[in-house]
Every structure is written in C-alpha cells, then in structure tokens.
Ligand binder design. Structure first.
Ligand code: AMP
Length: 126
C-alpha cells in the first residue's frame, strides 16, 4: 500500500509558517520545536521538512542527506539540552508513534524527545 501524506496536517502547516512554533533547532532538512502539550519538563518534537508520514516511510523514501541530518539533529538537541547520559546528562527517551496501534495523532513523521523527570518503564501494562 502506498503512503498517503496529508499536506493539511498541523506539522505541514507549521513548516509552511501558517502556525507558530517554539523552535528549538532548525537545519536544512529538519525542524525541532517544543511540544504544545508537554508530557515532561523536556518535550521536544523533531520532524523532517519533507512529506513523510512515519518512521518506516521516512526510512524508505527519504534521501541519505535527510536521514543523516534528522538523526544528527536529535543528537545535537540532546547535547544542547545536556541530556547525553555518556556526558553526565540525565538521559532521555525518544518515541515515535506510527499508525492507529500507537495512537499517532499527527500524520507527519516525528520523534518525541522526553526528559526532565523519571519516565518509568517503556510501556504501561495493557
Ligand atoms: P503523536 O501522538 O505521536 O502523533 O504526537 C503528536 C504531538 O503533537 C502531541 O504530543 C501534541 O501535543 C503535539 N502537537 C500537536 N499540535 C501541536 C502544535 N501546534 N505545536 C506543537 N506540538 C503540537
């Protein structure tokens, strides 16, 4: 099945400048901004500027430059916010929801970076 990208999704509108955002970092291919409804003291969303729906779409269809830039941006944000566990930081969690089973709300690929409080185990019991 082909991926279908909705250009009216809220992150596409942020990328077009139609909706404001609290930018944390911006590069050629990637934008990172504060989540409007933070689940932890640190809650940053990292999105590619290209029209990708979810992680598997991005991994299959994005260019090498986009993929490298995206992953480097996550690392640079962790450094900027002193989150790197290998450098004395408190650590963090990345989450990327895809599709209905994960309750993905916004159909534009994004990674959540969460930190600033104990985050517990990865999943709550069903
Ligand atoms: P997900 O459930 O993984 O699709 O997460 C979507 C996230 O986008 C949620 O954590 C929302 O709080 C966040 N969000 C929705 N609209 C905005 C917005 N305009 N600016 C920043 N974050 C947003």
């Amino acid at each position: 099945m082909a991926y279908s990208y909705d250009p009216q999704n809220i992150f596409a509108r942020i990328l077009r400048g139609e909706i404001p955002n609290n930018t944390v970092m911006e590069t050629e291919h990637t934008l990172a901004f504060a989540d409007i409804f933070p689940q932890a003291p640190v809650h940053v969303l990292v999105i590619p500027k290209g029209p990708y729906v979810c992680a598997d779409h991005f991994g299959l269809a994005a260019t090498d430059a986009e993929i490298v830039d995206f992953n480097r941006t996550i690392a640079k944000i962790c450094a900027q916010l002193d989150l790197q566990p290998g450098e004395g930081g408190q650590g963090y969690r990345t989450i990327s929801n895809a599709g209905d089973v994960a309750a993905q709300e916004v159909p534009h690929y994004h990674v959540h970076i969460l930190s600033g409080r104990p985050l517990g185990r990865m999943l709550q019991p069903a």
